[in-house]
Design a protein around this ligand. Structure first.
Ligand code: NI
Length: 179
């Protein structure tokens, strides 16, 4: 199965708030969609992927910690957050870019699975970081937006250059050169 195309920042719908997945969509087709998202995430060697990153403005994301189980969150809500952690993040929609982001150490989430069954999850550390990063995508927020203003400006300039290189490669794979 081919992997889905990843939308690059700041293309639509990455910077807008996504809509809840309609009730009528739950079931086998949503399960298949979640599976394709997970396959795409693994293919790209990511640990999380939100539906807006593949062009679908839905409140839904998938994740998998290294050595963890694949998880699917549909219409998630963060019920509680506490503590603090700071660490480097990256994003499949901003490939090649990394930077420090401060997040809550623990999160408590409620969501539906692709069949529409509710579940709750408490996560901490790296898993909590992934959940907060992916949840942000559903509100049109990327990790750059969580950096301090100077780091964000520098990261945006770096991303502009990085994106120009990526686009040159996509448009003309034979002739594009890496610096
Ligand atoms: Ni991301």
């Amino acid at each position: 199965m081919s992997s889905l195309n990843i939308v690059l920042y700041p293309d639509d719908p990455l910077t807008r708030r996504a809509d809840p997945v309609p009730e009528t969509r739950f079931g086998l087709r949503l399960q298949m969609f979640a599976r394709r998202m997970l396959e795409t995430m693994e293919h790209m060697e990511g640990v999380g992927l939100a539906a807006p990153q593949i062009g679908r403005a839905w409140r839904m994301f998938v994740m998998r910690e290294p050595d963890g189980e694949p998880l699917v969150f549909v219409n998630p809500e963060i019920l509680a957050m506490d503590g603090e952690q700071t660490g480097d993040e990256g994003c499949l929609s901003l490939p090649g870019l990394f930077g420090p982001v401060t997040r809550a150490q623990r999160v408590h989430v409620r969501a539906l699975d692709p069949k529409g069954r509710p579940f709750e999850l408490e996560a901490e550390g790296f898993a909590a970081r992934i959940i907060q990063h992916e949840y942000d995508h559903l509100d049109g927020i990327v990790f750059l937006d969580r950096m301090d203003v100077f780091s964000r400006e520098a990261a945006l300039r770096e991303w502009e250059q990085q994106r120009a290189i990526l686009e040159a490669e996509r448009n003309n794979p034979a002739r594009a050169a890496r610096p």
